[in-house]
Write a protein that binds this ligand. Sequence first.
Ligand SMILES: Cc1cc2nc3c(=O)[nH]c(=O)nc-3n(C[C@H](O)[C@H](O)[C@H](O)COP(=O)(O)OP(=O)(O)OC[C@H]3O[C@@H](n4cnc5c(N)ncnc54)[C@H](O)[C@@H]3O)c2cc1C
Length: 468
Amino acid sequence: MATEGCARQALAGAKHAVFWSDRAEAPAPAPPLQGPITADLTVIGGGFTGLWAAVQALEERPGLRVAVLESERCGFGASSRNGGFCDASLTHGLRNSLSHWPEETKLLTRLGSENLDGIAASVGRYEIAADFRRAAEIGVATEGWHLEEIAMELAIHLDAGDDVELLTADEMRARLNSPTYLGGLIRHNDMSLLDPARLAWGLRSTAEALGATVYEHSPATDITKRGLALEVGTPGGVVVAPRVVMATNAYPGPMRRPRRYVIPVYDHVLVTEPLTTAQLASIGWQGREGVGDASNQFHYYRLTDDNRVLWGGYDATYHFNNGLDPRHDQSDRTHGLLAAHFFETFPQLEGVRFTHSWGGPIGTTSNFTATWGTAHDGRLVWVAGYTGLGVGASRFGARVALDLVFGQATERTELKMIRNKPFPFPPEPLRWSVVQLTRKAIQRTDRNAGRRGLWLRTLDRFGVGFDS
Ligand SMILES: Cc1cc2nc3c(=O)[nH]c(=O)nc-3n(C[C@H](O)[C@H](O)[C@H](O)COP(=O)(O)OP(=O)(O)OC[C@H]3O[C@@H](n4cnc5c(N)ncnc54)[C@H](O)[C@@H]3O)c2cc1C
C-alpha cells in the first residue's frame, strides 16, 4: 500500500491525547490555592523547571516554605509532552555551544554532565519510576549530504572527548533497519532516555515529601510588590513571599518581559501500539537507542518501555502573536506527514497503528538555549527557552534560577550564556513574518542538499536562528 494510504489507516483510531500522561497511574490533582498564604519562595509553573526548583531549594535549605503554583496539572506543558530524550547538553548541542560560547564550552560541557548525573542520582535517591536509563543516541543520514554533516559532528565530538563513532549504512541497518539509512553517528556518552510524565509526577511527589506545597489549577495572574515581599495573585488567593521563581517556559505567565526572547513553537508527536515480537525483530533496535535524522527539519524517535515507537518532530509551527491554544495540539496535516514519514522509514511496519497523537509548545530563543532574567530588584527570577533540549537542561535552569534569586555568585552565574540575553525576537507583525521566512529558508536548505541560502547565512552571522 502507498505510504499515504498506510498512514491514513494507521492514524484512523489514534486518540488525541498525550501518551505519557494518558495513564491510570496519573496522581490525583493537588487542591487549588484558597485564601492568602505566606511562603519563603513562590514557584510559578509546575513543569520540570518549577519542580526541580522546588526540589533543589528544599535539598539545599530544608524547612524552607515553598509554594508551587501550577495553572493546570504538574507536567501539563512541554514536560509531559516531549520525546523523553534527556541529553547532558545545556546548549542545544555541542555545535551550538561552540558557535556561541567557544571559550565556555568546556565548562558548559562539564556542568551538563554533572547535571545529568544529578538527575540520575535524584531519580535513584527518591525512587522515581521514570524508566530513566543511559542510552546511546544515533544521528542517522538519510540523504547524501547528511554524511558530510555527521562527519563534521564526529570531528567536534571527538575533539570534545566524546565516545562517538561513525556507522556505515550496513552497520546502521544492523542496529536499526531502514532502507532509507546511508550511515549514522552514534554517541555512547551523556545521553539518557526517560518517561517524562512519570518524571514530572515523581518530582511533584518528591517536592511535596521534602515539604513544598503544590497548588494545581492555580494560575498566577499578577505580581505586586508589597514592601520587601512579592504578592502573587491567583483566582483563589495570593501567596506572599520574598522570592519568586517563574518557570512558565513557552507560556506567558504573569510577566511580559520573557516574551521578547521566547516564542512558543508547536512540535508534534505520534506513538504506535506496542510492537509484536515479530514487528520489533523486523527492525532490530536491540540497543534501544534514541534516534534522530540529520535534516534541519528532523525526526526523533525511540522505543517506550512497552515497545511502542514514539515518532515526532519535523514540522515546527509558530502561531501569530505567540499563539497558544489547545486546538494547536492537533494538526491533521503534520500528524499525516509524520505518519507517512514513519512508513517510508519502516515499510516493514505496514499495518501498525498509532494509538496517540499530540503536540505541544516548545519555548524557543534565537540562540536555542535557555535565558534567565530578573525583576523587582532580583527578588523575581524567570527562566525559559530551552528550545527542543530542555528535559535535562531544565534542572540546570532551575539551579541557576535559585543561585540568582538567593543572590549566590557561583561559577554558573558567571557564565556568559547566563549573563547575556539572546537576540530578542521583533514585535508582531514582523515576528510572524521573520519566523515564516526563516522556516521556508530551512525547508529550502533541506531540499538543496544542506546549502544555506542568503537569509540563513545572514542570520548565522548575527548568531540568531529558529529551531525546535
Ligand atoms: C512535543 C515536544 C517534544 C519535546 N521533546 C524533547 C526531548 O525529547 N528532549 C528534550 O530535552 N526536550 C524536549 N522538549 C522540550 C522540553 O520538554 C522542555 O524544554 C521542558 O519540558 C521545559 O520544562 P519547563 O518546566 O520549563 O516548561 P513546561 O513543562 O512547559 O512547564 C511550564 C508550566 O507552567 C505552567 N504555567 C503556565 N502559565 C502559568 C501561570 N500563569 N501560573 C502557573 N503556572 C503556569 C504550565 O501549565 C506548565 O505546566 C520537547 C517539547 C515538546 C513540546
